[in-house]
Design a protein. Structure first.
Ligand SMILES: [Fe+2]
Length: 394
């Protein structure tokens, strides 16, 4: 055997000529088994998520006017992600512009230090998307809730949506009941993505049931929000949209959670974020309307902080809140329209249509036979510069 010191120079020198030899490419390709779907876009970005049957690395080809002349290809710490769940964030988009896209996955057959073995590409059909746009003067979106992995319920709700006008769908939580990743897709994301034609985005609000089950900790991979948390804000048309996570409905110490929950700490972080956001967000302060999405209308388990959440919502001058969780329809107009908010709680078999113009919100709740359960309008309130949210912003 050669001494080690002799071998090392040989190893260093020998690949110089051979290291550009082509890597193996097998005649096999992955299949897209779930998705793609579009998640929680901003005015300049969107996330595309899909699943393949075998490990692959992925990218999204996209562009305007049918020209897929741009590419979004993720890297994490200098490496192309390789796996079966694919999440590609597209940035630098033009607000309100129409884009087309294809999801592309290239099989990785065998990972090795050198010359990992590859396969061929699979491409999704051509789909489209439109980023949000706060300059939009007239917009419509729909909200549903509490589908609880019930395919018949999802199918019925999707019939209530006029997809010609809907720009996006908000699911107000308790979607997954997830014992496995397969359930996450087959009983929630797949039917929703099909209804959305893989071309209109989904906003999902986490419900208490979504935080339970063997796959609850995997949800972040299948619903990968760019903020890395389930509470965030967006702007579209005349509205500032606040998506909150009301966590669980019982204390962390309740034995049903076997000491595996830490919602007290999480919700405190969320409340601190909301307070900062309300105090500093110019977008929140200047939007004609503020809409709050929260699964549990009573804020979930807050460890005694419910009034602090309410006070923060009041400081935010929320015009309308949309919730589920109770499985009972309820609409409560504000006692004082100048300061309070319209509170709407949807039943699981209802869809809310929200039409937004700079002058008013128009809300229609549809029942299972498309009958109107309630219809009301929220007029634009005058700005209150001295006490308005965002007044701390410099
Ligand atoms: Fe719930």
């Amino acid at each position: 055997m050669l001494p080690l010191l002799l071998i090392l120079p040989l190893i260093a020198a020998a690949p110089a000529a051979s290291q550009h030899q082509p890597f193996p490419v097998h005649d096999s390709r992955p299949a897209i088994t779930h998705g793609p779907y579009l998640l929680a876009p901003t005015e300049t970005s969107v996330t595309v998520v899909w699943v393949t049957d075998t490990p692959a690395h992925s990218k999204v080809l996209y562009g305007k006017n049918g020209q897929l002349d741009q590419v979004a290809e993720p890297q994490h710490h200098g490496l192309r992600p390789v796996g079966t769940i694919h999440s590609v964030r597209i940035d630098g988009l033009e607000p309100g512009a129409r884009y087309q896209y294809r999801a592309v996955s290239t099989q990785v057959v065998k990972m090795k230090s050198y010359w990992p073995e590859k396969g061929l590409d699979v491409e999704s059909p051509l789909y489209s998307f439109t980023p949000l746009d706060r300059r939009s003067n007239s917009t419509v979106f729909y909200a549903i809730t509490d589908t609880h992995a019930n395919l018949d319920r999802i199918a019925g709700l999707m019939e209530l949506v006029d997809w010609n006008e809907a720009e996006f769908l908000v699911h107000l939580g308790d979607a997954f009941d997830a014992d496995s990743a397969e359930v996450i897709w087959t009983r929630a994301l797949d039917p929703l993505a099909r209804a959305l034609s893989h071309s209109k985005p989904l906003y999902w609000v986490r419900g208490n049931h979504d935080a339970r089950g063997a796959a609850a900790r995997e949800l972040v991979h299948h619903v990968p929000l760019p903020e890395g948390r389930y509470y965030y804000a967006r702007d579209h048309g005349p509205a500032h949209l606040l998506f909150l996570d009301t966590g669980e409905d019982k204390p962390d110490e309740t034995n049903v959670y076997s000491r595996l929950n830490a919602f007290d700490e999480y919700r405190q972080e969320e409340l601190a974020w909301l307070r900062r956001h309300v105090a500093t967000s110019h977008a929140l302060a200047s939007a004609p309307f503020r809409i709050l999405f929260l699964h549990a209308p009573n804020w979930g388990w807050t460890n005694g902080c419910q009034q602090e959440w309410e006070d923060t919502a009041r400081a935010a001058r929320i015009d309308l809140s949309l919730s589920g969780h109770t499985h009972r329809f309820n609409y409560t107009p504000p006692a004082d329209p100048a300061t309070g908010r319209h509170r709407l709680v949807l039943a699981p078999d209802q869809a809310a249509r929200i039409e937004m113009t700079p002058e008013r919100l128009k809300i229609t709740v549809l029942g299972p036979k498309k009958q109107k359960i309630v219809e009301f309008e929220v007029p634009r309130r005058p700005l209150q510069p001295t006490s308005s949210p965002g007044s701390l912003i410099q």
